[in-house]
Design a protein around this ligand. Structure first.
Ligand code: 5AD
Ligand code: SF4
Length: 463
C-alpha cells in the first residue's frame, strides 16, 4: 500500500445536543426548509446530511421557496459561471427576506471555502444569516442555534478539515439507491481544478463506519450503493480500495455496488480483478480522460499519456465483459491547439466511450492554469465544444443502438416523469431504461429486453 490517508473521526454527539435545543425551540411550529444543491454527487451527498440535520431540528422540506422558513444554498465552484449565478440567486432572496423578516438564509459549500466569496457576501448581501464551508458542515445545528438565540450574523468557515464527521443524520433523496462517501478532498492538483483548494487534502473514512452505513442502508431497503470520492482509487485506511470492495461485498440485501470517480493513474489491476470477481459490482466505470493529447495532459498534471490511457481502456474491456465506460472531457485548456483538440476527438473514438460529461475550460483563480497567458478565446472554445458534443452524441447513440435486442437487468427507480405507464431504472452499466409496466415495480430488479436505443436512454420491454 503506498500511503495511508486515514481521517480522524468527529463524532456528532455535541451537534446532536444542539439539534435537540433547536428542535425544542421549534416545537409546535410547522417549519419548512428549502434546499438547493449545485454541483457534483459529493455535494448531493453533503446536502443529504444537511437535510438530515434540519429534519432533526424540526423542519420539513418544501419545494416552494416562498413557503420556506429557512433557505439553504449548497454551492459549487468547479466552474466560474457558478459563482456569478450564485450572486444572482442570492440577490433574488432579498425580496423574499423583506416579505418575511424571520426567514433564515444559509449559504454553504465549496464556494464558501474561498475568502473573497465570503467577503463579498458580508459586504453586498448583508441579509444572509449564516455562512459555513464544507469542512464544518456538520456544525449546522450549533450555528443555527447561535443564530436563533443570539440573533447575530454568522460567518464560520474552517480553513482545513479536522476530520470526518460520523453519525450525522441523513435524509436520502432516493429509497432505492444511495451515495456513500468513502473519501473527502483531493491531492491530485490537476492544474485547472479548484477542488484540492476548497475540499482540502484527501482523507479516507474508516472502513468500519462505511460498512455500518451500508448495513443501515440495507436494513432500510436500499438496493444499490455508489461509493463516492474525488478519486476513490486512492482510498487508503487499513486497506486499499479493492480490499474495501471485498470488505463490503457480503452485506445482505445490497444487490449492486458502484463507485465514482476513478483517476486513470491510480486504477489498479486489483481493482479490475475485484470488479470481475465480485458479482455485485456493476459493469460501469467512470474514467475521466480530460484530454486526448499527451502534451495537454502533461500540462494538466494528469500523470498519464494518451497511450497509457488507451492501454488501460483495452485492459478493462478485455477483463470485464460488457463494461460501460464513461468519461469527462475538457475543451479549450490554455494553449490547446487545433491538432491537440483533434487528438481528443480521435482518442474519444478509439476508446469507444458509451457516454461523457463535457466541459468548456473555465478559469479558476488560484489554480496554475488560470495564470497562463495563452487562454483560448470563447469563440474557439465554443466551436470545439460544439464539435465534441456532436461526436459524443453520435457515439452514445451508437452504443445504445448496439444494446438493441440484449436482455439487461434493470433496477427500477420509479415511474417515468413524462409517461405514467412507463417505469424507469438503470442497467448495471448505468444506462437509463424506460419500459412499459402497469404495476408499480419500484425497487425490483427486472430483466428487460432492449427494443430501441435512443441518445439519452434505452427503450425496453419486460420479458
Ligand atoms: N474547467 C472546466 N472543467 C473542469 N472540471 C474541473 N475543473 C474544471 C475547470 N476549471 C471538470 C473535470 C472534472 C469534472 C468533475 O469537472 O472534467 O473531471
Ligand atoms: Fe480536480 Fe483532478 Fe482532483 Fe478530479 S482528480 S477533483 S479533476 S484535482
Amino acid at each position: 500500500m503506498q500511503k495511508n490517508n486515514s481521517a480522524d473521526c468527529i463524532i456528532f454527539d455535541e451537534q446532536a445536543e444542539y439539534c435537540h435545543y433547536v428542535a425544542s425551540i421549534n416545537r409546535g411550529q410547522d417549519l419548512r426548509y428549502y434546499l438547493e444543491t449545485l454541483g457534483c454527487q459529493m455535494n448531493e451527498a453533503d446536502s443529504e446530511q444537511i437535510s438530515g440535520m434540519l429534519m432533526q431540528m424540526g423542519y420539513s422540506q418544501t419545494q416552494d421557496i416562498m413557503k420556506a422558513d429557512i433557505i439553504v444554498f449548497n454551492t459549487c465552484c468547479v466552474r466560474e459561471n457558478a459563482e456569478f449565478k450564485l450572486y444572482g440567486h442570492i440577490g433574488e432572496l432579498k425580496t423574499i427576506k423583506q416579505a418575511n423578516k424571520d426567514l433564515i438564509i444559509v449559504i454553504c459549500g465549496c464556494m464558501m471555502q474561498q475568502t473573497h466569496v465570503v467577503e463579498k457576501i458580508k459586504k453586498s448581501y448583508k441579509f444572509v444569516d449564516i455562512v459555513f464551508g464544507t469542512h464544518n458542515r456538520h456544525e449546522l445545528p450549533r450555528l443555527l442555534y447561535k443564530r436563533i438565540s443570539e440573533k447575530k450574523k454568522i460567518y464560520e468557515v474552517w480553513e482545513n478539515s479536522k476530520g470526518i464527521a460520523e453519525n450525522v443524520p441523513i435524509e436520502r433523496k432516493s429509497r432505492i439507491t444511495a451515495f456513500v462517501p468513502i473519501t473527502y478532498g483531493c491531492d491530485n492538483f490537476c492544474s485547472y481544478c479548484i477542488v484540492p483548494y476548497v475540499r482540502g487534502r484527501e482523507k479516507s473514512r474508516d472502513p468500519k463506519m462505511i460498512k455500518k452505513d451500508i448495513m443501515k442502508l440495507a436494513s432500510e431497503g436500499i438496493k444499490e450503493i455508489t461509493l463516492l470520492g474525488q478519486n476513490v482509487n486512492s482510498y487508503s485506511y487499513e486497506m486499499d480500495f479493492s480490499e474495501l470492495l471485498h470488505y463490503i461485498s457480503d452485506i445482505p440485501y445490497i444487490d449492486r455496488i458502484r463507485f465514482m470517480t476513478s483517476h486513470p493513474k491510480d486504477l489498479s489491476d486489483n481493482l479490475i480483478k475485484a470488479m470481475k470477481d465480485i458479482p455485485k459490482m456493476c459493469s460501469h466505470i467512470h474514467l475521466p480522460l480530460q484530454s486526448g493529447s499527451t502534451n495537454v495532459l502533461k500540462q494538466m498534471n494528469r500523470k498519464y499519456s494518451k497511450d497509457d490511457y488507451l492501454v488501460l481502456i483495452n485492459k478493462i474491456k478485455q477483463s470485464i465483459e460488457d463494461i460501460t465506460i464513461s468519461t469527462d472531457i475538457i475543451v479549450g485548456f490554455p494553449g490547446e491547439t487545433e491538432e491537440e483538440f483533434e487528438e481528443t476527438l480521435d482518442v474519444y473514438r478509439k476508446a469507444g466511450f458509451d457516454f461523457a460529461y463535457t466541459f468548456i475550460y473555465s478559469k479558476r483563480n488560484g489554480t496554475p492554469a488560470a495564470n497562463r497567458q495563452d487562454q483560448i478565446s470563447d469563440d474557439i472554445k465554443n466551436k470545439r465544444f460544439a464539435k465534441l458534443i456532436t461526436l459524443v452524441n453520435e457515439m452514445t447513440l451508437k452504443s445504445n443502438i448496439n444494446d438493441e435486442s440484449k436482455i439487461m437487468q434493470v433496477l427500477v427507480e420509479g415511474r417515468s416523469r413524462t409517461n405514467d405507464t412507463m417505469m424507469t431504472g438503470r442497467t448495471r452499466g448505468n444506462k437509463i431504461v424506460n419500459f412499459k409496466c402497469e404495476a408499480d415495480c419500484t425497487g425490483s430488479l427486472i430483466d428487460v429486453k432492449i427494443i430501441k436505443g435512443h441518445t439519452w436512454h434505452l427503450e425496453g420491454e419486460m420479458i
